[in-house]
Design a protein around this ligand. Structure first.
Ligand SMILES: Cc1cc2nc3c(=O)[nH]c(=O)nc-3n(C[C@H](O)[C@H](O)[C@H](O)COP(=O)(O)OP(=O)(O)OC[C@H]3O[C@@H](n4cnc5c(N)ncnc54)[C@H](O)[C@@H]3O)c2cc1C
Length: 299
């Protein structure tokens, strides 16, 4: 069968093909809107060994498997999925124009679901350790699975302290390993039951877990949560004037529209609560508002 012709101007261009972007595309396609998804192929979901907090999967589901299912679901609709990074976004009259290595694409609206990129610790074998669940990035996601383990939090500033305090709900043995010379409130940490370990001069992976080498001797933890921050993928929108918070996340209204009319955002690029359920919720809200604001599309 000949595929339907793609219109010159799309109803929506989705940038980012993680859970948020794919969900938005699915909703838009089901509203009979023309939609193309551009994806640079670095979804954080790819890193999830097994998620136990995404509803509907009582035995858990790996991030890869979930993405495969979402892609499969998208493929039953007329959604174009292009494996390419969007390098620039411009406004051209009433349309938006996205530039990528293969050319340009025009759309009436844009939905940014570009996620974030975590700052990773310098540790040999990092990727394998994430897949094994030795290094974890999301206490909200998998703190439950770290219950009663020896937990280390490696990072700086209030972000690391908050993470360590949050993890105390799961374990009595939570250690904070400062990654930088930080003026930490030792009294507060002690009162919260958090052990302050030497500034991490070196991290390595061993059979007994992650080992932090200190001048006073090695300290081993079963699980390490880096708290080194992240970079939000908001630049395509902020270059067009969209407002962002000091975290880098995009400022959106109740419909997930950024401060630039016609540009929407969903998922990690919007919220500090980096969760698949949050991202897919954003996507449903954004896609529905996009559909309602576009010219009607009666059959
Ligand atoms: C180790 C780990 C475990 C986790 N466990 C869980 C869990 O158990 N439960 C849970 O709910 N969440 C979990 N998360 C968080 C979850 O992965 C994210 O919240 C989710 O992936 C966010 O979805 P998203 O679509 O917003 O962004 P992403 O999934 O990160 O997708 C963004 C996509 O946009 C692409 N992109 C970026 N810029 C461009 C561009 N310019 N052009 C084209 N494409 C672009 C990226 O390459 C990427 O593919 C975990 C995360 C990690 C790292």
């Amino acid at each position: 069968m000949t595929p339907p012709c793609k219109p010159d101007v799309l109803d929506c261009l989705v940038i980012g093909g993680g859970p948020a972007g794919l969900t938005a595309a699915l909703y838009l396609a089901r509203y009979k809107r023309s939609v193309t998804v551009f994806d640079a192929g670095r979804s954080r979901a790819e890193w999830i060994p097994k998620s136990h907090n995404y509803p509907g999967f009582p035995s858990g589901i790996s991030g890869r498997e979930l993405l495969l299912l979402l892609r499969k679901q998208s493929s039953s609709y007329s959604i174009s999925l292009i494996n390419a990074r969007v390098d620039g976004l411009d406004r051209n009259g009433e349309f938006f124009e996205a530039r990528f290595a293969g050319g340009t694409a025009r759309a009436r609206t844009v939905l940014l679901a570009t996620g974030i990129v975590d700052v990773e610790p310098a540790i040999e074998g990092h990727d394998e350790a994430v897949h094994l669940g030795l290094i974890r990035y999301c206490p909200v996601c998998d703190g439950f699975e770290a219950a009663d383990k020896r937990i280390g939090v490696y990072g700086a500033g209030s972000g690391a302290v908050h993470k360590a305090k949050f993890l105390r709900s799961y374990s009595r043995e939570v250690a904070l390993v400062p990654s930088a010379d930080d003026a930490l409130d030792e009294h507060d940490l002690r009162a919260s039951g958090i052990k302050l370990v030497c500034a991490g001069s070196g991290l390595r992976i061993e059979q007994r877990g992650i080992v932090i080498s200190c001048s006073e001797g090695d300290v081993a933890v079963d699980v390490l949560y880096p708290a080194l921050g992240c970079k939000a993928g908001s630049i395509l929108a902020t270059r067009l004037g969209a407002r962002s918070h000091d975290t880098g996340c995009l400022d959106v209204d109740a419909h997930q529209q950024t401060t630039v009319p016609g540009i929407y955002a969903a998922g990690d690029v919007v919220s500090d609560l980096h969760q698949i359920a949050v991202g897919t919720g954003h996507a449903a809200i954004a896609a529905t508002h996009i559909h309602k604001t576009l010219p009607p599309n009666p059959r």
